[in-house]
Design a protein around this ligand. Structure first.
Ligand code: BGC
Length: 356
């Protein structure tokens, strides 16, 4: 009799699990929505794939969506995730300020939100923020230029131009701010000269972080300031997609009639940019190991599902206008021709063949 009862209970539990899509795994097959901004940039494809893999390994069901850099698309993807029973949302926003309304719906339904890489602004529905130390990304780029040009030793004047990212991405201000906290003093004392005169965030921002927009702006800068053979010594570029636009403009309009190639910074270590690094067309890139970021985010998802607190290492920096979001900041490192092998190949991030 007891046996029969037990098998009836088991059968019922199985039926429920089939109907709700729940498995018997540690996290019960709980559904997690992962919203990524675009497939256009290598890094987000990698982030999406890492998140999906690591969440599945931890026993979760994953709904992974890419927003085509279109805010309305991302909002409707998030709405679908909420309505289809996701318990946690991991969101790399397209524009940090555009998710308030949809995340209010999430909050109402008890769906938790983790801001991934980019802070979500003006919403009290964000539980955690997992990212890299964005300010440190900028300072490392600035320090690289400072060191390569010998600015601390008083060398100069050198010509420099600046380019950063999308104004709707909170990170862009941290990257640019971090770099300028290193470089501004050299602009002020004349060791660095910005011939275009474009130095303010709004003047050097790049809509959608687009390579094409970056190239267009640098085509114009080169034509107006460097076409007469004046040497450009350095370009502070906040990431690889903008650095690529700068490089394209230099290849088209600078390379043929100048003997030097400027120091160009970047971020993400995208394959195409690492190849440029090896070809001497980009000096450095910041390496952000997205596997680590995914692992930290999965820890946060786990903590939320178990009703525990996730490990964070910053509870002060990231105020989104409404709340200060407990954050975990992973450490970025710089990569150049001297250390890329150890960082990128020995660590298994890329194979040697991918960089050929
Ligand atoms: C990320 C960078 C990336 C940029 C463009 C930023 O929010 O932190 O790694 O290069 O977006 O996608």
């Amino acid at each position: 009799m007891k046996k029969k009862l037990l098998s009836i209970i088991l059968a019922c539990a199985m039926a429920v699990s089939v109907l709700t899509g729940c498995s018997a795994g540690g996290s019960g097959g709980t559904k997690v929505g992962v919203a990524m901004p675009t497939k256009d940039l290598q890094r987000w494809n990698q982030d999406g794939a890492n998140m999906e893999k690591q969440l599945k390994e931890a026993g979760y069901t994953v709904d992974l969506q890419y927003g085509s850099n279109d805010i309305a698309t991302q909002v409707s993807q998030i709405e679908n995730m909420i309505n289809s029973g996701c318990k946690v949302l991991v969101i790399a926003s397209i524009e940090g300020d555009s998710l308030g309304t949809v995340l209010a719906q999430a909050k109402e339904k008890g769906v938790k939100v983790i801001a991934y890489d980019r802070l979500i602004m003006n919403s009290d529905a964000v539980t955690y923020y997992a990212t890299f130390d964005n300010y440190m990304v900028g300072t490392k780029q600035g320090e690289y230029i400072e060191e390569q040009l010998g600015l601390k030793d008083g060398k100069g004047p050198f010509n420099i131009e600046l380019i950063t990212g999308d104004p709707g991405d909170n990170n862009a201000r941290f990257f640019f701010g971090g770099a300028m906290d290193v470089l501004q003093k050299y602009i002020d004392n004349g060791q660095l000269v910005v011939k275009s005169g474009q130095v303010k965030f709004d003047e050097v921002a790049t809509q959608s972080w687009s390579t094409e927009n970056a190239q267009n702006r640098f085509d114009a800068i080169i034509a107006a300031n460097y076409a007469d053979g004046t040497q450009l010594d350095a370009v502070l570029a906040s990431n690889d997609s903008t650095a690529m636009g700068v490089t394209n403009a230099l290849v088209a309009n600078y390379e043929g009639n100048h003997s030097n190639w400027p120091i160009i910074t970047g971020q993400d270590c995208d394959v195409a940019n690492v190849k440029n690094m090896l070809a001497g067309k980009q000096a450095m890139s910041i390496f952000k190991d997205t596997r680590t970021l995914a692992a930290k985010t999965v820890e946060m998802v786990d903590a939320i599902m178990k009703g525990k607190e996730a490990p964070v290492n910053d509870t002060k920096t990231y105020n989104n206008g409404v709340i200060t979001v407990p954050s975990f900041l992973c450490e970025p490192v710089f990569a150049d021709v001297n250390n890329y092998k150890e960082l990128l190949i020995d660590s298994g991030y890329y194979t040697e063949d991918q960089l050929k």
